[in-house]
Design a protein around this ligand. Structure first.
Ligand code: SF4
Ligand code: SF4
Length: 70
């Protein structure tokens, strides 16, 4: 991914962190701890995200998509 790409989590597709294995696969696998638990919803802290795309691959529901930064 290039620097003009960011990940977006679709809250309509994610069933919530408590319903996800291992306390949220996106949270557990993010190398920079850029995803936090916000009232059982994963929230990306963009200042910590390095656009590696790992969370996109790890989400079992395909709720995380790569999108261009606006
Ligand atoms: S793209 Fe990488 S750094 Fe950014 S939230 Fe996902 S796993 Fe973390
Ligand atoms: S990995 Fe996907 S389903 Fe699991 S908490 Fe993250 S966004 Fe939701």
């Amino acid at each position: 991914m290039g620097e003009n790409v960011a990940v977006t989590i679709d809250e309509n597709i994610c069933n919530g962190i408590s319903a996800c294995p291992e306390g949220g696969l996106c949270i557990e696998n993010c190398p920079t701890k850029a995803i936090e638990n916000n009232d059982d919803r994963p929230k990306v802290k963009y200042f910590s995200c390095v656009d590696c795309g790992i969370c996109v691959d790890k989400c079992p529901n395909n709720a995380i998509i790569a999108a261009r930064r606006s």
